[in-house]
Design a protein around this ligand. Structure first.
Ligand SMILES: [Zn+2]
Length: 337
């Protein structure tokens, strides 16, 4: 993965977040890039106000009672989509009661402050059809959902994607079975336990000495689509090492002052996006034509002009890329979504 296909919107003055502050943790003989800086909060898919209640996942009698309670709410997820009720301004998950939920792998998503339990089910979408009610993905519905619903759907999609893909034991090949209310799987043959897989990926806004932003087009993308650089963290590598490596590989630029901004789950199918900024020591770009079709520096005025003229298209508000670019730009990004 390069120039990010990643994501959402952080309007939400009201969004709960976990601001990151403070000094960085580095070695006394630091040889890698150091981390500093302020945080990015309210990311569209990094919200949620439901207690995950991890201790209840193995409490079978509590789980049985919660599933029997008609006040419990269930969201079904199929191929990354859930039924969503759209209105003019926002959207809400269309829950069902447990009795109306489809068959499928079931997972406890959590308990709200009023004591109501929420479950996800990896199963076919069904239920009442109505005006504004239709299947939707996180990409589409994520920024429009409330904190509660955005958190629930992100959690449910991540687990549903994992259960759909990781069905067999990596040690012996036997089919595994869900345990811990869908938060793990166990092999009935060798007893090994397996947990949801999350692939960390870094995404970084690089600026040059003139404070211009580096935007690139992935070789797989249509003309005009651009974003900041991104890539998966490799085995045995720190996130900040991945930042320095990917930027160097893709553009020939060496970076310093790597600053962590925040993270957002991107379960399409299983990434965690770690957002950064970094400074380029020079403005010369040597594009790796294999992964990146083009990369260019943009001042804020040049960015606005290029978007208005239709020469470039920025990533959508659901993406952390959008939020990172916006934090540099200083106000709402030009373009329409
Ligand atoms: Zn096994």
């Amino acid at each position: 993965m390069s120039a990010a296909s990643v994501p959402g919107r952080a309007d939400s003055a009201s969004s709960p977040g976990f601001p990151l502050t403070g000094p960085a943790l580095t070695g006394p003989a630091l040889t890698g890039p150091a981390l500093t800086g302020p945080a990015l909060t309210g990311l569209a898919l990094a919200r949620g106000d439901v207690d995950r209640a991890g201790h209840r996942r193995v409490d079978e009698s509590w789980l049985e009672a919660a599933w029997a309670d008609p006040a419990t709410r269930v969201v079904a997820v199929e191929r990354g989509q859930a039924l969503v009720a759209f209105s003019d301004q926002d959207a809400g998950l269309a829950f069902s009661a447990p009795a109306q939920a489809p068959d499928g792998v079931r997972f406890l998503l959590g308990i709200d402050s009023g004591g109501r339990a929420y479950f996800g089910v990896a199963g076919p979408l069904s239920g009442p059809a109505g005006p504004g009610l239709r299947p939707a993905s996180l990409r589409e519905a994520g920024p429009l959902l409330s904190d509660r619903d955005a958190g629930l759907l992100t959690h449910a999609v991540a687990l549903a994607n994992w259960h759909e893909t990781f069905t067999h034991c990596p040690r012996c090949g036997a089919p595994t079975e869900p345990i811990a209310s869908g938060h793990a799987r166990k092999c009935p043959v060798d007893g090994s336990e397996h947990f949801p897989r999350v692939d960390p990926a870094m995404i970084v806004l690089v600026t040059d000495p003139a404070d211009r932003a580096l935007l690139a087009r992935n070789a797989q993308w249509p003309p005009g689509r651009v974003s900041i650089l991104a890539g998966f963290v490799e085995a045995g590598e720190s996130a900040e090492q991945a930042v320095a490596r990917e930027v160097a590989e893709e553009t020939g630029i060496s970076v310093s002052a790597v600053t962590y901004l925040g993270s957002q789950p991107w379960p399409m199918p299983q990434s965690l996006m770690l957002g950064f900024r970094a400074l380029a020591g020079h403005a010369d770009i040597r594009v790796d034509a294999h992964e990146i079709a083009e990369a260019n520096w943009y001042s804020r005025a040049e960015l606005a002009t290029a978007v208005a003229a239709g020469r470039i298209r920025l990533p959508p508000p659901v993406s952390i890329a959008h939020r990172i670019i916006e934090s540099w730009y200083g106000s709402e990004l030009p373009g329409s979504w």
